[in-house]
Design a protein around this ligand. Sequence first.
Ligand SMILES: NC(=O)NC1=NC(=O)NC1=O
Length: 164
Amino acid sequence: MELAAFNQLSADEAQAAIRHCVAIPHWQQSLVAARPFDTLDALRATANALARQWQRPELEAALSAHPRIGERANGADKEAALSRGEQSAMQQADSALQQAMQQGNQAYETRFGRVFLIRAKGRSGEQMLAELERRLQNSDPAEQQEALDQLREITLLRLKETIQ
Ligand SMILES: NC(=O)NC1=NC(=O)NC1=O
């Protein structure tokens, strides 16, 4: 979608157009309310600044829309389709890597009590497993910040693909 088109949509239509970027309604509504944007850079800077305000509640709300790494996102909705594309590297992963990722996800969820979140686009399965193993050593606060940073990266990538 062109920026000009996004600027001209009704608030409801504009929110619907970016809903799949992240399952945080307040972020969607705040970005819509900040229109009109003069440039794509201005849109992206605002989206980034709003995403930097996220804390634990936003992280937990958003995780519901992000399947585990290595788990095929079933479903016909746009988020599931985006996840399948983002995680395509895992579809080619061999069974050993798939199993290691499953065990890593389990260890992460036992340690931190939530799904491991990483910006999967552009990363191989091996790179994501290495990141999981590194982040398992993080303290709780450090890991919460890393997860929030990854959620922000995923969101901004999706926004970039949605409004160009
Ligand atoms: N658990 C996850 O990290 N999921 C995901 N990361 C992405 O980049 N897309 C996902 O669905």
